[in-house]
Design a protein around this ligand. Structure first.
Ligand SMILES: [Fe+2]
Ligand SMILES: [Fe+2]
Length: 156
């Protein structure tokens, strides 16, 4: 009998990889944050915005959008995560309009703290629930949608 070979990458694994990448970017930025000017702090915000926004859009549209009817426990966590995506967008917008370095630094620090807490809940709670709910075949299909949207080639 031929072994069952599962190919491709599932969407949750791909999103987890992005968490790792965003956490590395934040660590890099944090090391220099205390000495940054307003302009540099806003440049950091712009770089974080690019990756956080792309990540939140894939989660909102591909993962959360594929869930349909949900048990109340999953729905509650999902709504909280969706709300935090909005909160991060609001912080980034506030950072863009800042005129004082002290305030911009505090906003950037708050954004990083929120992103870390948010990722931790997704990793510890939400992704496991979603994985059980959606199943591995559908998650690999969603992984291939993600790859197409990002211009990636997944192994066949
Ligand atoms: Fe998220
Ligand atoms: Fe995430």
């Amino acid at each position: 009998m031929k072994p069952v070979v599962q190919t491709g990458a599932d969407l949750i694994d791909l999103l987890l990889g992005e968490h790792g990448c965003i956490l590395a970017l934040m660590r890099h930025q944090e090391r220099r944050m205390a000495r940054m000017s307003l302009r540099e702090l806003q440049e950091c915000g712009a770089a974080l915005e690019a990756v956080l926004q792309a990540h939140a859009v894939e989660e909102d549209q591909l993962l959360f959008g594929a869930l349909g009817e949900l048990p109340p426990a999953v729905r509650g966590t999902l709504d909280a995560m969706y709300g935090e995506h909005q909160e991060m967008r609001a912080l980034l917008e506030e950072l863009r309009g800042q005129r004082e370095a002290v305030r911009a630094r505090a906003l950037l620090a708050r954004l990083m703290e929120l992103a870390r807490e948010h990722f931790a809940v997704e990793e510890r709670v939400l992704f496991g629930l979603v994985r059980e709910w959606i199943g591995s075949v559908r998650l690999r299909e969603l992984g291939s949608h993600y790859a197409g949207r990002r211009g990636m080639q997944l192994p066949a």
